[in-house]
Design a binder for this molecule. Sequence first.
Ligand SMILES: [Zn+2]
Length: 322
Amino acid sequence: MPPLSRRDFLIQSGSCAAHLALAAAVMPTTARLRWARNSYGAVVAAEPFGNLEEVSEGVWALISTPLSGDRTTLSNGGIIAGRNAVLAIEGFNQPQGAVWLAGKARELTGRWPTHVALTHYHADHANGVAGYLSESQHPSVRATDRTRSLVLERNRPVDDARAAALHDAVILSPNDAAALDLGGRTVHIVPRSGHTESDISLELDDPSIVFCGDLFWNAMFPNFVDAIPTKLATSVRALRRTRDTIYVPGHGAIGKAAEYDRYVSMLDEVERAARQARSANISAADAGKDFHLSTTLGEWTMFSPVFFQRAFEAWYKELGAS
Ligand SMILES: [Zn+2]
């Protein structure tokens, strides 16, 4: 991946895209290759930007491989099909990403997506949403009001087609879960928070599958730029199911209980370290520089002190400045 220009970085520094670009710069090649290898689904389509994996009958996850340098999608997403309707999850980084996923939905299910859900406002999940709409296709876009506002206020470059796609969005309640009936299959759209001030998860009961958005990052240290860590801790526990479940993260490979629990333990370790550093009056920058995840948590290859610093800053914001 070519290094990001300073201008690019400034434009995108509020999103997970800049975080991923920085991560790619520090990640060894072997780790980049490993990114996409660990899979629980059969790959039905492979592209430079990601692999579409069938995780169950009528359910597919797009596992993006952004560290290859292709920025079409950047985030993960998915397709959930019922008898009468098809839900596409995420708008992706560029409209071409949404166009591609919609085309796959039609190939696999016979239908262009009838519904689209955005898990949160970050550019790599939302900026391409207009790709689902055309002269003949008008899927119903769903997002919380806060997510819609943040996309319109913060995401760059500004795009009229994106604004138009969101103008007609069906607004989700920030408090109550919604049930979307696709025909013989109900998707629970659950309002959550913690990665940003407004996140949603998309959940199926049978088979047990959770599209977590960026509340779950598998084997990659998450972006805390907008995080509210205590809410994040609550949300990740609420998403965890006791029965056998497939967790589709916002970034990284599909996970099951072992990968999910490793992520929760990692967040807990960050919390412990942040609380300790905060009570010892160590700055977030210094604490971030000195921090290392314990080896018992396995491999988290995205090490760069600035990511840790962001996590500490998010915690300090909640705990009060020293
Ligand atoms: Zn994000």
